[in-house]
Design a protein around this ligand. Sequence first.
Ligand SMILES: Nc1ncnc2c1ncn2[C@@H]1O[C@H](COP(=O)(O)OP(=O)(O)OP(=O)(O)O)[C@@H](O)[C@H]1O
Ligand SMILES: [Mg+2]
Ligand SMILES: [Zn+2]
Length: 390
Amino acid sequence: MTENNVMEALKNVTYPGFTKDIVTFGFVKDVVIEGNNVSLTVDITSSADEVKQQIMQDVTVELKKIGFETINVNIKAPQAPKQMSNSISGKNIAPQVKNFVMVSSGKGGVGKSTTSVNLAVAMAMQGKKVGLLDADIYGPNIPRMMGVADQKPEIQGNKVLPLKAYGVEIMSMGSLMEPGQSLIWRGSMIMKAIEQFLRDILWSDLDVLVIDMPPGTGDAQLTLAQSVPVTAGVTVTTPQEVSLDDSRRSLDMFKKLHIPTAGIIENMSGFICPSCETESDIFGMGTATPVAMEYDTELIARIPIEPAVRIGGDTGMPVTYHKPDSETAKRYQEAAGKVLAFIDKVNAQGGVSNQAIQPTTPPGVSACSTQAAPKQESSGGSCGTGCGCH
Ligand SMILES: Nc1ncnc2c1ncn2[C@@H]1O[C@H](COP(=O)(O)OP(=O)(O)OP(=O)(O)O)[C@@H](O)[C@H]1O
Ligand SMILES: [Mg+2]
Ligand SMILES: [Zn+2]
């Protein structure tokens, strides 16, 4: 009897209320087999007793069927939330949207908007109904990156229809302002704008709304977390230590706002030479892995610097759609698949609710840390691999 036999048998145990099984969800751990005895852990995050009992019972039945005699099932589940009375559970001012993904970073210019665009396009290509909200009120870049910068949204009554490109519904402050117009807004106005983006835009019944956040951990992040149940947080960082330090702030923020963390995307991680397609190290590669471990999450993807990515952003032709065979496009597709799987997992465990968030900035979430961003451009020159192509 091997661990494989156990896993195969446990694929017959569906997670209560869902069609997927506990093995596919990745909940089964620490299988130890000694003769006819087996012990294992099922790691769930639902604290509901019915769920625990059901799983315990189903696992025992399936393992008996394949011949085990003593079956020791340890169900690992969190304590029930303590402050139920304090929670504004389930608040969702955009109820037609099933899941919200917050794309965040501690630092500016690391590639949040690029990541949001390509994740949204990849999810749409994978058959999901996807929206992309540009919550960067001061620096809205999404219209250009999605190629809709010259379009104005249609107004219906007192609501606004989102724009659409690459199968993705889009809204941005950039689409509502005149070109060149600048905004000087107070925090309270940012909050109001974000609420209106969620309430007064005619989003269809979306599977996922990807939200491109302004840099830092300020009012926009807090407002969003208070207005809708954010299903997954994605932090974008570059490999340098200074950026990693800032990404910790972003991960801390997810924790404080009760946002399940899907993981980290390490952007500008290595360079793919456009001539010879060799990948070389520039700012470091994989340096976000220890940070991911520190926060009990994973590195979802390493996205290299590829000139096609920047060009795709500047010309409104996302690399994921227009160069689907490129290495970066493949990695964005894989990352999108991982985020979708994470969303399934969160929902299987009972989903998220907006819990106990105070209307003031929570302790440890610092005020907005918008900084001048080091924009890293790969402007030709040697690819550094000694490939002799330049
Ligand atoms: N992997 C990449 N390869 C090449 N260029 C990239 C890559 N990722 C981002 N860029 C480029 O870097 C610049 C900054 O990216 P982006 O605007 O997505 O960052 P941001 O985090 O949203 O910035 P801000 O904080 O200002 O909103 C853009 O010109 C973009 O095209
Ligand atoms: Mg941006
Ligand atoms: Zn080269």
